[in-house]
Design a protein around this ligand. Structure first.
Ligand code: APR
Length: 229
């Protein structure tokens, strides 16, 4: 069996594809209020504003292209059993060729109803308009996990991390829980790499490789794959 590699990614991975991060310079939450735009309360108060915000993000994500770091992660599947666990709501991992991607915080490419059935619909890059309803007759909303809502796939993700032989954490500030707690499931003696531009604190046992993901990640995956060619 090939060794198992787990990649935990955040918005910094898609930054070089032209998509904003959340807390960096010009980050989304520097320019906007997450309480207004990414919470059930904000949705109840002004759904039109929330729909416009995510329609714009969806259009940008669909116009963006995977970068060298996304592609290097997808290439790892040639040599390793890879699981990608992402906080990102874009589909750049999948478009780069990654075949196993868990979206902890939802996906821009889907809409869902707000009724008991929570019907989910694939919409790709299309906008959601006020008045568009699901088959239960409820207003459609972006299929995104907002603050105060339950993060998805946590049990499956923790299972992947605890079984990993190598871990790469890339482009995340590890400031949002429970996603950030996943690093604690890693076994002590495996290779653990963290790539970001800057980090307040590096989780124990991780080697911090500062720099742009499109430079650091392909170099790392080449080293990991090199001994398998
Ligand atoms: N290459 C590598 N890392 C980068 C790059 C880059 N080109 N650009 C930025 N980064 C790093 C930053 O240094 C920072 O550590 O990416 C990280 C981005 O952190 P945040 O803006 O906090 O984004 P993220 O960790 O993805 O946010 C987590 O918060 O708002 C919620 O649901 C949202 O999924 C999101 C979660």
């Amino acid at each position: 069996m090939p060794d198992k590699v787990v990649v935990l990614s955040g918005s910094g991975l898609s930054a070089e594809s032209g998509l904003p991060t959340f807390r960096g310079a010009a980050g989304l939450w520097r320019e906007h209020s997450w309480m207004e735009l990414a919470s059930p309360e904000g949705w109840r108060k002004h759904p039109q504003l929330v729909l416009e915000f995510y329609n714009e993000r969806r259009a940008k994500a669909w116009a963006a292209e995977p970068n060298a770091a996304h592609r290097a992660i997808a290439e790892l599947e040639k040599h390793f059993d890879v699981a990608v666990i992402t906080q990102n709501v874009d589909n750049l991992h999948e478009r780069a060729g990654s075949t196993r991607v868990l979206h902890l915080h939802g996906e821009l490419g889907f809409a869902r109803g707000t009724g008991p059935g929570r019907k989910r619909y694939r919409i790709d890059g299309a906008p959601i308009e006020l008045g568009q309803t699901c088959e239960e007759g409820t207003q459609l909303r972006p299929d995104i996990v907002w603050f105060g809502e339950e993060t998805r796939h946590m049990e499956e993700a923790a299972g992947h991390v605890s079984a990993a032989d190598k871990i790469l954490v890339v482009g995340t500030s590890l400031s949002v829980y429970p996603a950030a707690s996943l690093v604690e499931y890693a076994r002590p003696r495996i290779e653990k790499i963290l790539n970001s531009l800057e980090m307040d604190s590096v989780p124990r046992g991780f080697e911090f490789l500062p720099g742009q993901a499109t430079v650091i990640v392909p170099r790392l995956t080449a080293r990991w794959s090199g001994c398998r060619a």
